[in-house]
Design a protein around this ligand. Structure first.
Ligand code: ZN
Length: 278
């Protein structure tokens, strides 16, 4: 049976994407921590869009419409948001609306108390590391991403979801900014799209960490790695290995933690692998 279905399936998958619904249908999840796909119309030149003062990823759909792929920060309140569009004729504002989403809580016990309440020397280190990582998230290159629908960096079950409000030893800390996969230590981590390595480091919370810039502010970050296999400046192919799964930094055991960022907003990676749950 599969013998007959396979060619049909191939034909189906090779059909051009249908009108402007394709990217929108798959990626438009306009909630805090989600993605808003905003139609910028047709035009010869790519419009330049900014959101909260930060440049936004703009791609061209098959039927030549321009779409802004906007990362909505977790901190945004539901309601109307403004995108600033710069065109030859000037700047115009385009409104889009953000809905609500309730994120669950998670309570975690850590034996290492310093990872809950770091001492002054740790705090100094953390501050520097944070600045370094924020700079990486804010980098913006003109490259168009090789793919917007991302490949899973590892094959394995999802464990902790994005956006979960986390309490370490009873104290609330930053919400979970990425998605965890339950996979054994040593599992190779593959880049979900082509890109360039813009930052690596060994950080207090994130442990061994790699940032891959997929283009136009679309950035993946992998952390808690046992081993980093790339260095800053390396070009990474889609599927190229960047390192191995580990439990370095603030981790209760080996797992793969993956952040996806758009316009310096951490968004739910599940959206890009077709696993988003409203
Ligand atoms: Zn995680």
């Amino acid at each position: 049976m599969l013998r007959f279905l396979a060619p049909l399936l191939t034909v189906f998958l090779c059909l051009p994407a249908q009108a402007d619904s394709y990217i929108t249908r798959l990626l438009n999840k306009p909630v805090p921590g989600g993605v808003a796909v905003v139609d910028l119309g047709t035009g010869a030149q790519a419009p330049k869009a900014t959101y909260q003062g930060k440049p936004v990823l703009v791609v061209r759909e098959q039927d030549s419409r321009w779409l802004a792929i906007v990362g909505v920060p977790l901190t945004v309140k539901p309601g109307s948001q403004q995108l600033a569009i710069r065109e030859a004729s000037g700047v115009r504002n385009l409104a889009f609306s953000v809905g609500s989403k309730k994120y669950p809580e998670q309570h975690i016990t850590l034996q290492n108390k310093r990872q809950v309440n770091p001492d002054p020397a740790d705090l100094k280190r953390i501050e520097g590391e944070l600045a370094e990582q924020i700079t990486a998230y804010r980098s913006f290159t003109p490259t168009t991403p090789s793919n917007l629908l991302l490949d899973k960096p590892v094959n394995g079950p999802l464990s902790s979801k994005f956006g979960v409000r986390r309490f370490f030893n009873g104290e609330e800390r930053n919400p979970h900014a990425g998605l965890d996969f339950a996979v054994p230590a040593g599992t190779p981590i593959k880049s979900p799209a082509a890109g360039k390595v813009i930052l690596t480091g060994n950080y207090f919370f994130n442990g061994n960490t790699v940032f891959v810039d997929h283009g136009q502010g679309f950035i993946s970050m992998f952390c808690h790695m046992s081993k980093i296999d790339v260095k800053v400046g390396d070009a990474v192919a889609r599927g190229g290995v960047v390192g191995k799964v580990g439990a370095t930094g603030r981790a209760t055991g080996p797992h793969m933690h993956w952040n996806v960022s758009l316009n310096d907003a951490r968004v739910d990676p599940a959206i890009f692998i077709g696993a988003f749950q409203p």
